[in-house]
Ligand binder design. Structure first.
Ligand code: F6P
Length: 320
């Protein structure tokens, strides 16, 4: 390996910059050349490739978003697109790539590896929905951002003795909702992995709480369930308790990364370059059972994971 490329793909996540910085500086320290591929696989296909040196990643470890920009790319899902991507790599002398993103981005990395370009994936998503790893870059910052916002909503909810539905991101996964639900002491947590659509049970729970003297009722609703505004309207009609919905949205994806995200992203970035330097390809860096490890991408993509039942069950107990 002489020259490596680095790209960010899919939704941005705080800590991606720390990972880029670690990739660039680890590679340069090993005497490799580094190219930044802008706007994910789109930028690869459009030849938006820049040379990177130690200074080009100065002053970014503390910044949210990604200095390489990011995109979701449909064309790269086709064999034609993948072949062209590999050709562009060869034209620039890129023989290894670090891809920072989610499952969709790893499928792209898997295909590039099959085209002869060595690839290593780093899990970068606020959703924590990558099966082989207990940690993804950006999740810690996103849950902390959401938790602080929900604390604020709780203040006004209590003052007005209202019920509040707060919708958090996560696509089809409920990890952000579960963590905020426990950390914010929510009365109810609605997760796509567990929700049985029993709105009447939710309504009964709110009425019960009010009878017990609760001043507010916080419901954390995962994006994968959605419909928070309609739900609020129906709950208010059924309970007579003022109910408001807040959709937190993209504020959860931005902002300065937490210490944990900077630290883990830095380690993962360095680890990815070590793997490339050892001649490895089609691997995914993960954090599992307290250790940084790596998996074959095919194996990693075939894994599944689910919400921890113990965590879900105690969330209900603790807010009683
Ligand atoms: O994967 C991160 C995420 O923010 C999800 O939580 C959400 O479903 C999705 O991206 C939104 O995607 P977009 O940026 O394309 O609107």
């Amino acid at each position: 390996i002489k020259t490596i490329g680095v790209l960010t793909s899919g939704g941005d996540a705080p800590g991606m910059n720390a990972a880029i910085r670690a990739v660039v500086r680890t590679a340069l320290n090993k005497g490799l050349k580094v190219k930044g591929i802008q706007k994910g696989y789109n930028g690869l296909l459009n030849d938006e490739i820049i040379d990177m040196d130690k200074r080009s990643v100065a002053d970014i470890i503390q910044r949210g978003g990604t200095v390489l920009y990011t995109a979701r790319c449909m064309e790269f899902m086709t064999e034609e697109g993948q072949k062209r991507g590999a050709e562009v790599c060869r034209k620039h002398g890129i023989d290894g790539i670090v891809v920072i993103g989610g499952d969709g981005s790893f499928r792209g990395a898997q295909k590039l590896a099959a085209q002869g370009i060595n690839t290593i994936g780093l899990p970068g998503t606020i959703d924590l929905d990558i099966a082989c790893t207990d940690y993804t870059i950006g999740f810690d910052t996103a849950v902390n951002t959401a938790m602080e916002a929900i604390d604020k909503i709780r203040d006004t909810s209590t003052s007005h003795e209202r019920c509040s539905i707060i919708e958090v991101m996560g696509r089809n996964a409920g990890y952000i909702a579960l963590w905020c639900g426990i950390a914010n002491g929510a009365e109810d947590i609605l997760l796509p992995e567990r929700y049985d659509n029993d709105e009447q049970a939710l309504i009964n729970h709110i009425i019960e709480g009010r009878k017990k003297g609760k001043k507010h009722h916080l419901i954390i609703n995962a994006e994968g369930i959605g419909h928070s505004t309609g739900m609020a309207r129906r709950i208010e009609a059924a309970t007579g308790i003022e109910t408001r919905a807040t959709i937190l949205g993209y504020m959860q994806r931005g902002g300065s990364p937490t210490c944990k995200d900077r630290m883990y992203a830095s380690i993962m970035g360095a680890y990815a370059v070590d793997l490339l330097a050892e001649g490895k390809s089609n691997r995914l860096v993960a954090y599992r059972d307290g250790k940084f490890v790596d998996y074959d991408i095919d194996e990693a993509l075939a894994m599944t994971k689910d919400i921890n039942d113990y965590e879900f069950n105690i969330s209900a107990l603790l807010s009683k």
